[in-house]
Design a protein around this ligand. Structure first.
Ligand code: NCD
Ligand code: ZN
Length: 338
């Protein structure tokens, strides 16, 4: 097979940052995606309808030239202080989900949730209003390889306490979380990133320290990666693509206290085709990138398409000041320019 036509993918987890760098990151993203859930861990964070409306405008403006139909799906950062009116105001400007960051577990999450039960009243309002809850599932203070598995009980608790709430367990990295998502009710789904399908901890610290692979949650054991691949390749609608593409300037990664995040937007689809091909699951890719997430979020499936062709190309070493995933490597599949 030398070409593949897919639905124009949705990215159900992307970081676009703000200011001038955002313009470049948006341009990279819209080459591969028609819609994206835009994460709210900006500085300052997205916590009001006004800020989110402005941010959405800036994103649309950055996309206009190359992808005038791009649709940013907006999110807010969860805290205990929202009123129902705040949530309604945010929905009116295009917010579809709220993001739960446990305090301190990842980039720009110092202001995250430190008291689990303190956000229950806001989560109850989200359930009533039909807002999706996106969860960064890592337990603060736990050993780094156990942070996700230790958080599973909280996701289970939320699923039981709020049975109508749609919960997305973001960027799964463990076999235990894959099992939990399968076991829990239909209202619990999960995103899987491109890099967690490819990497284990060996790719970060196994032979040399590779700061551009460092991200939260950490890629873990070969058995965890295998479980993620099986989930992505299975055609189970609870698992869909969220790249967690998280650009940090090269110098913020190559330093003594490097930032967490992998910049995968420039290579996401070529790598996914390659990995699904290796997993003999190319027939499952269209739903993974174009149907399951939209169905879960309750938005229409895209009617647009994208074509990739088998044509080797070398991933640039630097894209917009960021070292992308697979920098310098030759990939077999390329997005067709048509
Ligand atoms: C993300 C970022 O840089 O904003 N970093 C990461 O390692 N994934 C935040 C996040 O999603 O955890
Ligand atoms: Zn993220």
């Amino acid at each position: 097979m030398n070409e593949i036509v897919l639905p124009l993918p949705d990215d159900f987890h992307a970081h676009l940052r703000q200011g001038e760098p955002m313009r470049g990151y948006v341009k990279d993203l819209v080459k591969e995606f028609g819609r994206a859930i835009v994460m709210p861990n900006t500085v300052p964070p997205m916590t009001s309808a006004k800020a989110i409306a402005d941010y959405k405008q800036q994103i649309l403006e950055a996309a206009r030239e190359t992808a005038p139909n791009f649709e940013p799906l907006m999110t807010f950062k969860l805290n205990p202080n929202y009123t129902e009116q705040d949530l309604k105001d945010m929905m009116a400007v295009g917010v579809v989900a709220g993001k739960y960051y446990p305090a301190g577990v990842t980039t720009n999450s110092q202001d995250g949730v430190s008291d689990f039960e303190s956000v229950f009243p806001v989560i109850a309002m989200m359930e009533r209003l039909g807002l999706v809850l996106c969860v960064h599932g890592e337990e603060p203070g736990a050993f780094c390889l156990e942070r996700e598995s230790k958080f599973i009980a909280r996701v289970e608790c939320l699923a039981q306490k709020f049975p109508k709430l749609k919960i997305v367990f973001e960027h799964l990295s463990t076999a235990a979380a894959v099992e939990a998502v399968k076991r829990l009710s239909a209202n619990v789904a999960a995103t899987i990133t491109v890099h967690h399908l490819m990497m284990t901890l060996d790719d970060i610290v196994g032979d040399a320290l590779r700061p551009h692979h460092f991200c939260k949650p950490l890629p873990k054991l070969p058995t965890d990666r295998m479980a993620l691949r099986e989930a992505a390749f299975s055609g189970n609608p609870k698992f869909f693509l969220g790249t967690d593409s998280a650009p940090h300037a090269k110098e913020k990664k190559e330093c003594c206290c490097g930032a967490a995040g992998v910049y995968s937007a420039p290579v996401a689809l070529p790598i996914l085709v390659q990995e699904f091909e290796r997993g003999n699951a190319l027939d499952k890719l269209a739903d993974f990138v174009g149907s399951f997430g939209a169905d879960f979020y309750g938005i229409p499936r895209t009617t647009k398409t994208m074509k990739l062709v088998k044509e080797p190309w070398t991933v640039p070493e630097n894209v917009n000041g960021v070292v992308p995933l697979a920098a310098g490597q030759i990939l077999d599949w390329k997005i067709s320019e048509v």
